[in-house]
Design a binder for this molecule. Structure first.
Ligand SMILES: Cc1cc2nc3c(=O)[nH]c(=O)nc-3n(C[C@H](O)[C@H](O)[C@H](O)COP(=O)(O)OP(=O)(O)OC[C@H]3O[C@@H](n4cnc5c(N)ncnc54)[C@H](O)[C@@H]3O)c2cc1C
Length: 482
């Protein structure tokens, strides 16, 4: 058989593309296998949330995305009348970036190609076998069949993941019990509001501008919610439901894409089976409420990329891969909880409408609003301490695993800029520059960049912190006292 790859990524959606980028950045030999011959033109997702923008900024890529998207200072939970105020969040990106998934994927693919990722389109993985040293993959391609061997395989192949099924990872949860529909259409008479959300006893309608001349209409119609997910949506059906619920059809015409989607909800029992790992929709599916699936997939990939690279290239113990499951599966679980709650709130009964009104009222309380905004924006994700070698210094355990927002490190340097290479960062803080940084013992991680912040960071919560070992994904490894 030909050479053994370090990592084969299956699936070239946002999760697989970002993972391949992270692996290539670390010098891992990675190839990506994608069933589709061409990139997708339709966009399921329309949003990038604050943490995803931070993830991109941790590699210096945010500019490419920001210049193509439109920032909106609010997000939503179940389309409640009180929107979530992202503008108060502790991040450089206190907004939702409206950006169609097709553009996000094109930009991620551009980055992957720049980093030299081999992308094999038209390659469908159909068989998988693993042993102690690696994984064999087989499948079909235009030219016939293909067969490769890799030390590790990541299934980023979406909701119907073949990798998940072939590696025997159960995907428990619930089947579709109701469906909703969407249409990307031209509107002759668009609503005046930038984002329109209507919830009545007749159902719910959301209208958002997508691109010049195109709006997305999403409809939850109790009279149509038993339509099977595979039944095609017609423009007439969408128009009729919209008219009945919203009292107007907004002059909809020229559909670019009509689709029906459901509330099937499942979470992979584990994210790792030996040398096979799962990420993104392959690991978690849910009703697309609050615009989170793509975002959580990107964040899974960010967590997994450097760990897999450390095991493959830097002598890290394989147990580090278990921390991926340990850290990210609870995030998947929380995602499922919040989308189930949102689905319940999208019912059209009098009781649900009363509950919506009550929650909307509660969300006018700034502290509650902020808590939920942090949750939907994925800024509240923190991890338990990781077992990383620590020197003989007084550690501050409460810092371990925390996400760091970007911070100035003195003249012309920012924390995130120091993390662009995707390496660990040993960062000295505080005014006393004569104090040496802890001595780094050679071993894993071997690739640690050292930096001393010049002057004050002007961030109150860092007072008393002498310095930080920062993980490549921008979370704290450990911190020591000043
Ligand atoms: C109506 C709707 C609206 C949504 N809106 C949002 C939103 O606003 N915000 C948000 O964050 N998320 C949203 N989502 C969810 C989001 O689209 C997904 O979570 C996201 O696409 C997951 O990315 P992924 O890379 O994990 O999987 P996918 O995007 O599904 O990519 C998987 C890839 O694997 C390939 N593949 C599959 N099987 C194989 C195989 N055997 N061999 C090789 N390749 C294979 C597929 O062709 C595909 O390209 C929405 C979803 C829906 C349905």
């Amino acid at each position: 058989m030909a050479e053994v790859l370090d990592v084969a990524v299956v699936g070239g959606g946002p999760t697989g593309l970002w993972l391949a980028c992270e692996l290539a950045l670390a010098g891992v030999r990675v190839e990506l296998f994608e069933r589709r011959v061409e990139a997708v033109r339709e966009s399921r997702a329309l949003t990038l949330h604050p943490r995803s923008l931070e993830v991109l900024a941790l590699r210096g890529l945010e500019g490419r995305f920001l210049e193509r998207g439109r920032p909106l200072p609010t997000g939503h939970f179940a389309m409640l009348d009180t929107r979530l105020d992202f503008s108060v969040l502790d991040t450089r990106f206190p907004y939702t970036l409206f950006l169609p998934q097709a553009v996000t994927e094109a930009l991620l693919e551009e980055r992957a190609r720049e980093l030299g990722v081999v992308i094999r389109r038209g390659h469908t993985v159909e068989a998988l076998r693993q042993d102690e040293a690696g994984v064999d993959l087989e499948g079909s391609a235009d030219a016939g069949t293909f067969r490769i061997r890799a030390r590790f395989v990541v299934g980023a192949d979406g909701a119907r993941s073949a990798v998940r099924r072939l590696s025997g990872i159960p995907f428990p949860g619930t089947d579709v019990t109701r469906t909703a529909m969407l249409g990307d259409v031209t509107l002759g008479a668009p609503p005046a509001q930038p984002v329109l959300g209507i919830a009545t006893e007749r159902g719910g309608v959301m209208v958002v501008p997508m691109a010049p001349g195109i709006h997305r209409i999403v409809v939850n119609d109790p009279l149509r919610e038993q339509a099977p997910v595979r039944e095609p949506v017609t423009l007439e059906e969408l128009r009729e439901s919209t008219l009945r619920i919203a009292g107007a059809d907004f002059g909809m015409r020229e559909p670019r894409w009509l689709s029906r989607f459901g509330n099937e909800t499942r979470l992979a029992e584990r994210y790792r089976e030996g040398r096979v790992l799962l990420a993104g929709d392959a690991a978690h599916i849910h009703f697309p409420a609050g615009g989170q699936g793509l975002n959580v997939g990107l964040q899974d990939a960010m967590n997994l990329g450097w760990k897999l690279a450390a095991v493959v290239k830097d002598g890290a113990p394989e147990a580090l891969l278990d921390s991926y499951s340990r850290e990210r599966r609870p995030v998947g679980e929380a995602l499922i909880h919040n989308t189930l709650a949102q689905t319940a709130l999208m019912g059209a009964t009098r009781e649900t409408l009363a509950l919506r009104a009550m929650l909307s009222g509660l969300l006018r309380e700034p502290a509650l609003n902020r808590q939920l905004a942090n949750n939907i924006g994925a800024l509240d994700v923190g991890y338990a301490p990781l077992e990383v070698p620590a020197p003989e210094v007084t550690l501050l355990p409460e810092w371990s695993g925390r996400r760091l927002s970007d911070v100035e490190l003195g003249a012309n340097t920012r924390l995130y800029a120091a993390l662009h290479p995707g390496r660990w960062l040993l960062l000295g803080l505080g005014e006393d520059e004569s104090r040496p940084l802890p001595r780094w013992e050679p071993g894993w991680p071997s690739q640690v960049k050292t930096l001393r912040a010049r002057g004050s960071t002007r961030r109150g919560d860092l007072e008393g912190v002498g310095g930080l070992l920062v993980r490549p994904d921008g979370h704290v490894g450990w911190a020591w006292a000043a």
